[in-house]
Ligand binder design. Structure first.
Ligand code: HEM
Length: 519
């Protein structure tokens, strides 16, 4: 056995001291956590083990991501584990995962100040700088206060500006001559065209191309032509940086940097144009129609603030709306009875074909289309644009559900802990949506049960960081759906696969294409 000298020598050596400090730290931390847990009246969350430090889970998740089944896998894991809140490790990082509405409400609303966005700011900074979508604390508060008035009802009510983009989209549809085409890529082009017009005052007109006999304007300043593609590329990198968590800085290659540069060049061009405008010119812009940048310039003249906030909104608003429209037409094409009912409502309110009454389609009248509203709710339920999200604890705290034998006791959340919440899984939970929770059925939104959902339906987030563009998005999506129903009454699906494979980068869309025909 050890003699006294050996033990003494060990504990006076550098490694002995280091070991003692480490053990001391862990013992101290354990005692501290036990005291905090007692004070907060909570227990540890149930733990799931996924192989050595969760490396197997990382491998399986990446495989599912590649196959377009990651969100399905995450949802099924809740079922396999049999708990709606549990803790696990992925690649060594401890994560708490929840789909419990009470926990989500605490994370986003009732305990808002206990949680923050974590590494999002650092991950997204090269493209988005300091803006509403990336900032926490006072920077976020200031952004929100500045931008919120821009989303007032009058501003988002201008559906008329969408019509030229619809006409351009219709040209692509007609070009297919009733045959199959990918509607998702067209919706992505439509939303970047309309968003750039709304935000910067000029559309990038990505739908205008030679395939429909529309050569691009020869007069083009340096930056506009490549903007849409550069923005797409930069976004792919942001999603990889987000996946890499704390190792995000490793994802920073030349392509990423040059895409960011192109995007900034485009935005700066318009920011300078707005800053150079006289007060009379700004007023004229306001009277001609709403342009986000020109209104914001009345509040701040800092070119960086203007650029960053506009790009933040473009990121938050563009792919989400395109995804919503693509999933809507994917489901409509597979459900002829829903398409029929929808057309009945649209034709009754706004006419059809050559007799379409465009002047009747307004922010207010679209909001009164009950079946259209139920349709959008159902699509956002099954395909929430942000299927999974996360927050990081700012201090030792707790969440109200998941502990104890009945999983109804509060659980402990240590400072720095990442908590992911999966709206996708919550939206398909039988507890809230019944036995047919996986079935696409807009009619459920007319049933009394759905009125009691509360936080179990959460496509636009809740609490102080609730989506600012909710009304804008719903109005735009409603207008596009109504107009396509008026212009093309015949819709068919050319996709065999169900459920669809889904790409979940920053937001969710179809993994590849959405093949439909419209005539
Ligand atoms: C189908 C369409 C949309 C959906 C489902 C959606 C959903 C969401 C969700 C879930 C968040 C919370 C993200 C987080 O906190 O981590 C969010 C935030 C946000 N959204 Fe939307 N969004 C949509 C469209 C739009 C549009 C069109 C705009 C603007 C034109 C927009 C502007 C914003 C902004 C500025 C935020 C950040 C709010 C903040 O952090 O204070 N969104 N959105």
């Amino acid at each position: 056995m050890f003699d006294v000298d050996t033990v003494h020598n060990f504990f006076t050596s550098w490694y002995g001291i280091l070991l003692a400090v480490l053990i001391g730290y862990h013992v101290f931390d354990y005692i501290r956590i036990q005291i905090v847990m007692k004070k907060l009246g909570c227990v540890s969350p149930p733990v799931e083990l996924d192989g050595f430090f969760g490396f197997k889970l990382l491998y399986t998740s990446l495989k599912h991501k590649k196959e377009g089944t990651l969100v399905n896998f995450i949802k099924e894991r809740f079922e396999t584990v049999g708990k709606d809140t549990f803790s696990f490790r992925i690649a060594g990082t401890p994560v708490i995962s929840t789909k419990n509405p009470e926990n989500i409400k605490a994370l986003l609303a009732t305990q808002f100040s206990d949680f923050a966005l974590g590494t999002r700011h650092a991950q997204f900074k090269p493209l988005l700088g300091d803006g509403i979508f990336t900032l926490d604390g006072s920077g976020w508060k200031h952004s929100r206060a500045m931008l919120r008035p821009q989303f007032a009802r009058e501003q988002v009510a201008h559906v008329k500006s969408l019509e030229p983009h619809i006409q351009m989209l219709a040209k692509h549809v007609r070009r297919a001559k009733g045959g199959a085409f990918d509607v998702q890529s067209l919706f992505f082009r439509l939303t970047v065209d309309s968003a750039t017009e709304f935000l910067f005052g000029e559309s990038v007109e990505s739908l205008q191309d030679e395939s429909i006999g529309m050569a691009k304007d020869a007069v083009d300043f340096d930056g506009k032509a490549g903007f849409a593609e550069a923005f797409n590329t930069a976004q792919v990198y942001l999603s990889i940086r987000s996946l890499a968590q704390k190792a995000y800085f490793l994802v920073n290659n030349k392509e990423f940097r040059s895409s960011n540069e192109k995007v900034h060049k485009f935005a700066d061009y318009y920011v300078q144009k707005a800053l150079n405008s006289s007060p009379e010119e700004l007023e004229k812009h306001s009277q001609d129609g709403y342009i986000f940048l020109y209104e914001l310039v009345k509040q701040t003249r800092d070119p960086h603030v203007l650029r960053d906030q506009l790009l933040n909104i473009l990121l938050a608003g563009r792919d989400t709306t395109a995804g919503l429209l693509s999933f809507t037409f994917y489901e409509l094409a597979r459900n002829p009875q829903v398409w029929l009912k929808l057309k009945e409502e649209i034709y009754e309110k706004f006419g059809k074909g050559d007799d379409a009454r465009l002047e009747d389609i307004t922010f207010e009248s679209l909001k009164k289309c009950e079946y259209l509203k139920a349709l959008l709710n159902e699509v956002l339920r099954l395909y929430p644009s942000v299927p999974q999200n996360f927050r990081v604890a700012q201090k030792d705290t707790s969440l109200p559900r998941g502990g104890g034998p009945n999983r109804d006791q509060p659980i402990f959340i240590a400072k720095g802990q990442t908590v992911t919440y999966t709206v996708y899984a919550m939206h398909r939970d039988e507890q809230f949506y019944g036995k047919d929770s996986e079935v696409f059925r807009p009619e459920r939104w007319f049933e009394p049960e759905t009125r009691k959902l509360g936080w179990a339906f959460l496509p636009f987030n809740g609490g102080p960081r609730i989506c600012l563009g909710q009304q804008f998005a719903l109005t735009e999506a409603s207008y596009v759906i109504a107009r396509l129903a008026q212009l093309f009454p015949n819709l068919a699906s050319h996709d065999d696969e169900y459920p669809p494979r889904k790409a979940s980068h920053l937001t969710m869309c179809h993994q590849s294409e959405v093949k439909i025909s419209l005539a």
